[in-house]
Design a protein around this ligand. Structure first.
Ligand code: GLN
Length: 353
C-alpha cells in the first residue's frame, strides 16, 4: 500500500494537469461554422428525440422486397457526423441495413464526376414527379420521362450512364465510389440483392418504358441489375451519417480527407435532395424541416446540414410514401431544436428579438 502512494500521487498530479490542458468539448462542426451548436446541447437533443420516439410503433416495414418485411421493426439508431469529423451515436448503430434509395444520391454524384452536371441534367433531369417513387405513370406523362435521379426510373437511367465495359465493371466502380464517400469499405448484402432481384418486375418494366422513350443509355435489364445491387449495399447508421457529412463538407470526406465529390456538384445534389429526397413527401419535409435529405425503403434517412454535418437515422417502419416514420420524427425534432432549417434566418445565427 505504502509503496503505491507515490504512484497514486503522480496519477493525481497528472489528472490535475489534464484538467487544465483538456479543452472543453468543441462545438459540433466549429471549424467550419461559427454557428454550430455546442456538443453537449446536441447530445441532449439527440437523447431527447431517441427517448421520445423509441416506442413509437407507427408505420410498417416495406414488404414488396420480401427480405425487408422480416427486418426487426424495433431497430432504431441515430448518428451525427460533423464536417470536422466528430461523431455522436445512439441506439442500434452497428446494424447493417440496405441503403436502398439513398444510393441514388451517390450514383447521381458519380455520374456527375464522370460526365459533369450538364450532361446528367440533360440525360436524367431534376423535376418532381408528384407520384410514387416507382410510378410508371410518371415515366409516361413527364416530358423528360426520367423525372429525376431519385425516382426509380431516373435512378436506373443514371446507372445506365456510368461508364464500364461490363455491368460488373460499373458495379465495382459504384461500390468503390460509395465506399470512398463513406470512408470505409462497404459490402453488398447478398440476401437483400437476391430477394429484390427475384421480385423486381416493376423496375424491369420501368427500364423497358425508358427504352421506348430513348431515355436509358445501356442495356435496360443489365442496368436494372446494377441498380438492384447498388440498393442492396449495406451501411450502418454511422457510415450513412458520414456519407451525408461528405456532402455537408463540400464533397470532402471528413474522416479520410479525400475530395470524393467535386465541390461544384454539391449544390446540384442538395437541390435534388430538397426537391425529391422523400419522394411525394418532399414538399411536406421541406416545409417542416427544411434540410436536404434522402430516404430509403430499408428504413434509413440521411439529412445534410451544409457546412456543419449530417444526421442519419435508421428505423424500418415506413409511411405511405416509403419514408421511415421514426427517422422523420427524430430529424425534425433535432433540426427544429438546433435551428438547422436552411430556410430559416436562424440557421445562420440571426435571432429574432
Ligand atoms: N430498391 C428499391 C426499389 O427499387 C428502392 C426504393 C426505395 O428505397 N424507395 O424499389
Amino acid at each position: 500500500m505504502l509503496r503505491r502512494r507515490p504512484q497514486l500521487r503522480s496519477i493525481m498530479a497528472l489528472m490535475v494537469v489534464m484538467a487544465f490542458v483538456t479543452p472543453s468539448l468543441p462545438a459540433l462542426g466549429q471549424k467550419t461554422s461559427p454557428v454550430a451548436p455546442a456538443r453537449a446541447q446536441v447530445e441532449a437533443v439527440v437523447r431527447e428525440a431517441y427517448e421520445k420516439f423509441k416506442n413509437d410503433t407507427s408505420g410498417k416495414n416495406a414488404d414488396y422486397i420480401p427480405y425487408l418485411a422480416h427486418v426487426d421493426s424495433k431497430l432504431f439508431g441515430i448518428a451525427i457526423v460533423t464536417t470536422d469529423n466528430q461523431s455522436l451515436t445512439l441506439g442500434d448503430v452497428d446494424y447493417s441495413f440496405s441503403i436502398q434509395s439513398i444510393s441514388k444520391v451517390f450514383s447521381q454524384a458519380l455520374a456527375m464526376e464522370e460526365f459533369g452536371p450538364d450532361k446528367v441534367f440533360d440525360k436524367v433531369g431534376s423535376e418532381p414527379t408528384g407520384r410514387a417513387f416507382n410510378s410508371v405513370f410518371a415515366v409516361a406523362d413527364m416530358p423528360t420521362h426520367t423525372g429525376n435521379a431519385y425516382v426509380n426510373a431516373g435512378a436506373i437511367a443514371t446507372v445506365s450512364l456510368i461508364s464500364g465495359k461490363t455491368p460488373d465493371e460499373k458495379w465495382n466502380k459504384i461500390l468503390d465510389f460509395y465506399s470512398r464517400v463513406a470512408g470505409e469499405k462497404l459490402k453488398l448484402i447478398d440476401e437483400v440483392y437476391k430477394s429484390e432481384a427475384a421480385t423486381n418486375t416493376g423496375n424491369k418494366a420501368l427500364s423497358m418504358l425508358l427504352a421506348k422513350y430513348d431515355r436509358i443509355y445501356a442495356d435496360p435489364f443489365e442496368s436494372v441489375d446494377v441498380y438492384t445491387k447498388q440498393c442492396s449495399v449495406g451501411v450502418n447508421v454511422t457510415q450513412l451519417a458520414r456519407m451525408g457529412a461528405t456532402l455537408a463538407n463540400n464533397g470532402k470526406n471528413p474522416a479520410t480527407g479525400e475530395q470524393v465529390i467535386k465541390p461544384e456538384n454539391i449544390p446540384h445534389i442538395l437541390s435534388t435532395m430538397i426537391m425529391a429526397g422523400l419522394y411525394d413527401g418532399s414538399g411536406s419535409w421541406a416545409w417542416h424541416v427544411g434540410l436536404p435529405a434522402k430516404s430509403g425503403v430499408g428504413g434509413g434517412i440521411v439529412a445534410v446540414v451544409p457546412g456543419k454535418g449530417a444526421i442519419a437515422v435508421f428505423a424500418p417502419p415506413l409511411d405511405e410514401a416509403g419514408n421511415s416514420v421514426k427517422a422523420q420524427k427524430v430529424i425534425q425534432l433535432v433540426a427544429n431544436r438546433l435551428d438547422f432549417n436552411l430556410f430559416s434566418p436562424r440557421s445562420v445565427g440571426l435571432k429574432s428579438d
